[in-house]
Design a protein around this ligand. Structure first.
Ligand code: APR
Length: 184
């Protein structure tokens, strides 16, 4: 499904983010940029060793939670990978929502800085970091909708949800945002 907000389209698909043909792919990384399992493992495997070489060389101090850094994309069909660090869910009273929102916003700002017209996000923090999917969907999609309305770029923001449960959670929230925006 997709919804238009101003000049931007927010799209939801179920699938594997490493197969997306977009200008930038977002990785759900850790603050040491040390690689891992989940989407991080899949992206490094598909992109090749150049990604780890570049993160080590350019970002030896890692990346703080709630922020993101850019690298090239190796063998992926994208120009850039943005390595975003979402928060570990700790019950909801440790600024998890603010930090998740700020990780998405950092990626969208990097997209503008690197002239990307399209970007694909995974559901950051909803795997190993245990952020509840419905709350993650609310934070991720409302942050993205606000960014679209403020900046009018990038043209396409695609959320690539790995499983049916994640797709359902994001679809419910996107429908609500469309209704609130006056789209039926
Ligand atoms: N494409 C899209 N989404 C994927 C893929 C994929 N190929 N593989 C996994 N996912 C989904 C998961 O199902 C989950 O919904 O990405 C979401 C985020 O899960 P994680 O990858 O576990 O990321 P996160 O919860 O942010 O935890 C980050 O995990 O792998 C480590 O190095 C990483 O330490 C960091 C931590």
């Amino acid at each position: 499904m997709f919804v238009q907000f101003g000049k931007c389209q927010i799209e939801l698909v179920q699938g594997d983010i490493t197969l997306q043909e977009v200008d930038a792919i977002v990785n759900a990384a850790n603050s040491r940029l040390a690689g891992g399992g989940g989407v991080d493992g899949a992206i490094h495997l598909a992109a090749g060793p150049v990604l780890m070489e570049e993160t080590r060389r350019r970002y030896p101090d890692g990346c703080p939670t709630g922020s993101a850094v850019a690298t090239s994309a190796g063998r992926l069909m994208a120009k850039h990978v943005f390595h975003a660090v979402g928060p570990v869910w700790g019950g909801g009273h440790r600024k998890e929502r603010e930090l998740l929102s700020s990780a998405y916003e950092a990626c969208l700002n990097l997209a503008i800085e690197h002239n990307c017209e399209s970007i694909a996000f995974p559901a950051i923090s909803t795997g190993v970091y245990r952020f509840p999917k419905d709350q993650a969907a609310e934070v991720s999609l409302s942050t993205t909708r606000d960014f679209c309305l403020d900046h009018g770029r990038p043209q396409l923001i695609r959320f690539v949800l790995f499983d049916e449960g994640s797709y359902g959670a994001f679809a419910r929230v996107l429908e609500d945002l469309a209704t609130a925006d006056g789209q039926s």
